[in-house]
Design a binder for this molecule. Structure first.
Ligand code: NAG
Ligand code: NAG
Ligand code: NAG
Length: 344
């Protein structure tokens, strides 16, 4: 399945070309977002598969349901696009556009060749990365074309994408990110891409496991396990190939040529609330109410500070307390946490 889909995709893409999301501008004054895995170093003045199509995104529902890619598809050069990783990289680089309910975004699409034409449709995962498309979006001023085809090439178009009035972005480390996905309806594609937007007129969400929705059914999960078992040998072989000296060298050469850079930023270390109900409720509430001591005291067995931090589990509070966890002290921190939990 995996090899046959990839094989036919490769054949099709040899004869066709695509569209790329170069920029998405939300509220004026905020930075533009860029399509995930779009490489600013790739030339836009040619139509050939290499280099000018290498960072266009193919988002095909059949590949998504076969678990070959996620909802944002893949590029020719880097394969499956990891939504979480691309979103956090964009946040760290300060390259996520800001939106509100009702914002009219200007999305710049580069049409590489014939089948990067319009019309494009856009939709939204309001969790950023659950793979559940929560809304279809209104697109006006579309790229000219029918069935994703026109005679346009090497040209940029601005389309207008409206954020819905009930926008409610909850995703990413900031708790207020949506993933917007735009793609055309070319049979060799669909081509398009995804990008993150940050909602400013909403209270950021703190996630817990019991709020995470799923679109999966038992039948889907079972089917996916069967498919994954078929695909695994191919995937292992591909992974081994990535590790050969020749391939490592090729990857380094490409990296040197291209412009995808990742900004690194330390993530906050949070200490989450320990919620106890029923028979354990009393003990937990005592710990909460008397909680004033610092984490270091608690770590000695007082069992109070977890609840203290827990009552304000914001990134800022946690960042102050846990700032060293990005400097190789993680083992110690975990030990402290285990101690706390035992002592409660
Ligand atoms: C195409 O663009 C690249 C850089 O983006 C440039 O080096 C090259 O000369 C251009 N080719 C043509 C035919 O304009
Ligand atoms: C979006 O539109 C498609 C048809 O193009 C439809 O199948 C899907 O259910 C719609 N999604 C939502 C969330 O309404
Ligand atoms: C698209 O809009 C941007 C402003 O957001 C502008 O700078 C650019 O020239 C426009 N491009 C086209 C092709 O209209």
């Amino acid at each position: 399945m995996l090899s046959s889909i990839l094989y036919s995709a490769a054949l099709l893409s040899l004869a066709n070309a695509h569209g790329v999301i170069l920029a998405a501008q939300g509220e004026a004054g905020s930075p533009p977002s860029v399509g995930f895995q779009v490489d600013t170093a790739i030339a836009r003045n040619c139509t050939g598969i290499s280099p000018c199509q290498q960072d266009t995104t193919i988002i095909r529902d059949a590949e998504i349901s076969a678990n070959i890619v996620n909802e944002c598809g893949r590029t020719e050069l880097t394969g499956n696009i990891d939504v979480g990783e691309n979103t956090e990289n964009a946040l760290a680089a300060g390259a996520v556009t800001k939106v509100k309910a009702g914002t009219l975004m200007t999305v710049t699409i580069h049409q590489v060749n014939a089948d990067g034409a319009g019309p494009y449709t856009c939709d939204l995962d309001q969790t950023s990365n659950a793979g559940i498309i929560s809304q279809n979006l209104t697109v006006t001023n579309n790229v000219p074309g029918v069935n994703g085809l026109s005679q346009g090439k090497t040209q940029d178009f601005n389309i207008t994408v409206a954020m819905p009035s009930n926008l409610a972005c909850t995703g990413a480390s900031t708790g207020n990110i949506c993933t917007v996905r735009c793609r055309n309806n070319a049979v060799a594609g669909p081509f398009g891409g995804c990008f993150a937007v940050q909602q400013t007129d909403i209270t950021p969400t703190a996630n817990s496991a019991n709020q995470i929705a799923t679109a999966q059914t038992l039948a889907d999960v079972t089917e996916q396990i069967a498919e994954n078992n078929v695909d695994l040998p191919v995937a292992i072989a591909a992974n081994q190939q990535q590790g050969t000296a020749a391939q490592i060298q090729a990857n380094e050469a490409v990296k040197a040529l291209l412009g995808v850079t990742v900004t690194s930023k330390a993530a906050a270390v949070q200490t989450l609330a320990v919620e106890n109900v029923g028979v354990n409720a009393a003990g937990a509430s005592v710990a909460t109410s008397s909680a004033t001591s610092k984490a270091s005291k608690a770590a000695k067995g007082a069992g109070k500070a977890t609840a203290a931090t827990a009552s304000t589990p914001t990134a800022t509070a946690a960042a102050k307390k846990g700032k060293n966890n990005n400097k190789r002290e993680s083992g110690l921190k975990w030990a402290k946490r285990a101690l706390l939990e035992e002592s409660l």
